[in-house]
Design a protein around this ligand. Sequence first.
Ligand code: ADP
Ligand code: MG
Length: 402
Amino acid sequence: MTVNLSAIKPIAGTDVAGKRVLLRLDLNVPIKDGGVTDTTRLSRILPTLQDLSERGAKTIILSHLGRPKGHPHTEMSLKPIAKALEQELPSASVHFADECVGETAYNAIQALQNGSILLLENIRFHAGEEQNDPDFAKALAELGDLFVNDAFSVSHRAHTSTAGLAGLLPKYAGPSLLAEIQALTSALETPKRPVAALVGGAKVSTKIPVLTHLIEKVDKLIIGGGMANTFLFAQDIAVGKSLCEPDFADLAKDILAKAQETSCEILLPIDAVIAGSLEPNTDTLTVNIQDVPNDKMILDVGPQTLAKLTEHLHHCKTLLWNGPLGAFEIAPFGEATFSFAKEAARLTQSGEILTIAGGGDTVAALNQAGVSQQFSYISTAGGAFLEWLEGKELPGIAALTQ
Ligand code: ADP
Ligand code: MG
């Protein structure tokens, strides 16, 4: 989506002292045996909480966890997260209320001191949350003076805590949501050119809208991973036992034709690392893309492709990346992904390119390559990130601009 950034008010410049700030965060983090097992998501929003606390706000956090479908479930309680926040924020006092609306929540808020933080129980314990129910929105709105969305990753949903509340209270964007919008805007709307997008991953069927949108936006589109196979197949190149979706060959052809109209250069693999099966320590071969035998599968792009892509990367000012080049989870099929990632990281650090990456497996691959800290921006937003790449309007972001 295209966002009028100037229509979004940042909470950073707003007086919050003594105010009840309803803050939507995404605290949907993995929990095991009552403890948080991965604090990556928490550490991203700590500065937001720290800042509101230091500026004397009464911060009231709204979040979901899991898919309770409108009913309370003990194992989806946010209580363990309150404990984790308390540990991460020693300077602020963190409280928990086991209801997100009504008297329990109201009383807990009344007892808050300026600078303290209250986490309300899982908002998806109420069916009204996912239904964007006006009565539920009203009940929540009564608890706060202003609304802040700092959860980009849930902003593709038109729920009460992302959309409904924004219609009832003065509304603001939190810093991590703003950073994500700015990163995506600088990659897709106002990029330094040439801009390249690398789209890889498993299946073309899941990324048709992404590809269709990107060919209108970028100068070069690199297609890698399993999805490249369908494009090769569409051009009568034999792909053997590779992951391939013949039913999507016509769509692949359409995308290639449209790319010509929009002057988007499409880059497909010219060689491949192949094997008889996808398992560790199998025998591998590197072949030209025309020479994939019937009984083998393409599991990574080959060294010639990697060299060609790297050469293109050197001429680009912006790179947007979603989807690995190969089946990186199993060695040695992550080689191209890791090498390309390292080169992109190096160019980012020397100021030659802006790099933005997202997607669950992509982030895992970049972590494995050890370069996630060296990219300009890494999105952990999953679905919301992909919907943005598809050019869709995100209701939670739109609600902040209206
Ligand atoms: P993301 O989660 O970053 O959006 P995807 O889910 O679309 O990425 O794709 C990631 C998956 O694609 C990985 O599990 C990877 O093993 C798989 N993959 C990449 N290349 C191939 C290939 N040539 N054959 C089979 N699977 C592949
Ligand atoms: Mg994935």
